[in-house]
Design a binder for this molecule. Sequence first.
Ligand SMILES: *Cc1c(COP(=O)(O)O)cnc(C)c1O
Ligand SMILES: [Zn+2]
Length: 418
Amino acid sequence: MAAIQALRCVHAGCSYPPNELDYTCPRHGELGTLDILYHYAALRARLDRDAISADKIANHWRYLPLLPLEADCQLPPLSVGGTPLYAVPRLAEHLGLRRVWVKDEGLNPTGSLKDRASSLVVARALQEGLGVVATASTGNAAAALAGLGAALEQIDIVIFVPASAPPAKIVQPLAYGAQVFLVDGSYDDAYELCTSACAEFGWYSRNTGVNPFTTEGKKTAALEIAEQLGWRAPDVVAVSVGDGSIISGLYKGFWDLLQLGWIDKLPRLLGVQAAGSAALADAWRAGMTAADIKRRAVNTIADSIAAELPRDRSKALRAVRETQGAYVTVSDAQIVEAIPLLGRLCGVFAEPAAAAALAGVECALNEGLLDRDAEICLVSTGNGLKDIASARASVAPPAPIPADLAVLRARLEGSDML
Ligand SMILES: *Cc1c(COP(=O)(O)O)cnc(C)c1O
Ligand SMILES: [Zn+2]
C-alpha cells in the first residue's frame, strides 16, 4: 500500500521507475540488486506509528502501509510474522551482556523467517496475475514458498532443492503440494537451474537476491523488533548469514524506519557465517567489494547458511558497513553447542543456522567487537524441528531404562530432583 517511488540499483545507484523491472539492474546484473524506495516525506506525513501499534492485525500485514503492494491486492491466507521477541535475562547473564532479546522466527507458519519473503512474493504474483512461482532453496525458502502458495488455486509452485537437504525440508514442500525437483548438486547448482528455468518458461522467480520483494518481506522482522521495543532500535542485531538476504532485509526495515523518523538510529548488524561458508565475512575483513567475491566450495552442518556465492552479496556487505557492524565466523562445533544453550536458557529450539547467531555473539564478544553494555537482539531464524539429526548431536540422548520405579530411583540418586 506504499506507492513505490523508484527502484535503485545497490551497486551503482542506477534508478528506475516503479514496475519497470522485476529483478536486478540490467546494467549490473546480480551485483545490481534493487532497493524499493518510497515517497518517505509523504509517508511520514500520512502515517502514524501509534496507529500501527493500535492495529489489531497480529501478523506482518499490520505493516501493509509500508509494503509495495496495492491496496486491494489479495493476500495469501497463512499468518506470517507477529513472532515473539523474548527478553532473556539468563542469556544476558550467561553472555555477560546488559540486555538480550531473542526474536523467535521459528514460529512462523512453515518454521522459518523465509515465510516473510515468500508471503510478499506470492502476494505480488497474485496482484500481477503470475501463475507459476519458482525458487531454488537450501530448504526453508522452498517450504515457505510452497506453504504460502498452497492454499491458492491461482498459483503453482516449483521448487529446486539440493538432493542432500535435510529430510524435513524436502518433505515439507511436497506435503504442501509443490512440484519439487531434487537437484543432484549444491544449492548453487539448484539456483542456476532455477534461474534458467524461470527465464525459459516465464515463471516468476522468488530466488533470494534477485527479487527485491524478498527484501521487503524480510524487512518486516525489523519493523516488528522496533515496534516490540516501543519504536526503537536495539544497539545490535545478530543474525546468521548465507546468501545475505535476511541481513539485507533487516537493514532495509530499520533504514525505512529511520527515513520515517520512527527510530533514531540504525542498529549495528552482526552477520554470523559458518567458517565453512564464509564468503561475506572474508570479503568484509579484507575490505573487498561484492564484485570481488567468487563462487567457492562450502562445507557446514548449518545447511541454511551454506552458499557458495552469496546471492545478496551487494546488499549484505552494505548492511554491515553502513551500520558499523561486523561479520564473524563460527565453527560447526560452536553452532551445535549453541543449540542446547539457546534451548536451555530461552526455551527456543533453533535449527543449526539459527543457533549460529548465538555462537556468533559469543565469538564477537571474545573478539572485542561488541560492547558489554550493548543491548542485543538475536534473531533465531528457523525452527529446530527442521533438522533433528543435527540437534541430536548436541544433546546426547540417554540409553533406555526399564519401566521400573526402583531403577528410576537409583538413576536419580544424587540429583536435586529427589
Ligand atoms: C535462509 C536462512 C538463513 C540465511 O539467510 P540468508 O538470507 O541466506 O543470508 C539463516 N537461517 C535460516 C534458518 C534460514 O532459513
Ligand atoms: Zn545498476
